[in-house]
Ligand binder design. Structure first.
Ligand code: PXG
Length: 289
């Protein structure tokens, strides 16, 4: 495996960053998770744009242009001879001293790791996930805004731990007002009648790339698509529920806080959207070779 760090490639064992990197010392940095399907990078611009927006929001200037960044991604995929992959991009504030002043960091560290994708077990997609609401709330937008894909994921990790302790695969995270925000690494959707609803990003969700594609595909299936406020009640009484994310794609939810969603089996629209998404991902994207 060849890993990109600051314009150079290193074998896995030699791909290392300094212990003085502020990404490690303070979680001072940002990341992206992108996928390649069938020899093409899926929604490449959406991911690259979100990476640069995250950087802007934390006042971090990425030392290479968007075009150079895209070329670096393609080169990493080619070096590793990948056609189907999960790509993790990390940009940290860089190497500084032990103090938190980011001005001491001379140059941001840019890392691109392209690996084979490890898929979730197929039975999860067929049976649906059991998920629970957890006590840890999503970040306040006034603090580290959840729109920023930052290296500070401790909130989400605590929520994941709470879900697992409660015997569930995933956690629903609420915002400070108690409205549904999202899951730990996925956006949440419900279907009621012919309406597809998902929390507005201003209610504490990441503007997921998969979320955007699914909203478009749902409209094509004839569903009315709304970004709104959702309570736990709305989810309990929904006909269908599913989660979206680059890694998980579209994954149905069968049970929330002990309440079966619909008849407790993945719903018709959820299954249609899961298949439509996968088909769309296999057929669209930026060629690697
Ligand atoms: N919300 C959060 C908080 C996320 O981190 C999503 C939603 C979905 O966004 P996309 O753009 O992927 O549709 C994410 C995605 C993983 C993993 O391995 C996923 C994410 C981050 C870290 C790991 O499932 N982010």
């Amino acid at each position: 495996m060849e890993i990109y760090i600051d314009g150079q490639f290193y074998p896995r064992e030699q791909a290392k960053v300094s212990v003085f990197d502020h990404g490690l010392l303070y979680g001072d940095g940002i990341f992206e998770g992108t996928r390649a399907y069938n020899g093409r990078v899926f929604e490449f611009d959406a991911h690259i744009n979100r990476l640069y927006d995250s950087a802007k929001a934390i006042a971090l200037e990425i030392p290479i242009s968007k075009d150079e960044m895209k070329q670096a991604h393609l080169e990493t995929l080619r070096k590793n001879e990948l056609t189907d992959a999960y790509i993790r991009t990390v940009v940290t504030r860089g190497v500084g001293d032990l103090g938190l002043d980011p001005a001491k960091c001379v140059r941001p560290t840019v890392i691109i790791i392209a690996d084979r994708i490890s898929l979730y077990p197929q039975e999860l997609y067929e049976q649906g996930l059991k998920i629970i609401t957890v006590p840890t709330r999503r970040n306040l937008p006034e603090s580290v805004n959840p729109m920023i894909k930052s290296l500070n994921y401790l909130n989400n990790i605590l929520a994941k731990i709470e879900a697992k302790l409660g015997g569930a695969a995933e956690a629903i995270m609420l915002n400070q007002e108690g409205y549904v925000a999202e899951c730990t690494g996925d956006n949440i959707f419900i279907i009621k009648g012919k309406t597809l609803a998902t929390p507005m990003v201003s209610f504490g969700a990441l503007k997921g790339v998969t979320r955007g594609v699914v909203m478009k595909l749902a409209a094509e299936l004839g569903l009315e698509v709304v970004e709104t406020t959702l309570t736990r009640y709305d989810i309990y009484v929904a006909d269908e529920c599913f989660l979206t994310g680059t890694a998980a794609e579209v994954i149905p939810v069968s049970e929330v806080d002990g309440r079966k969603i619909g008849n407790g089996k993945p719903g018709t629209y959820s299954r249609q959207l899961k298949d439509a998404y996968h088909k769309y991902a296999m057929e669209h994207g930026t060629p690697i070779y």
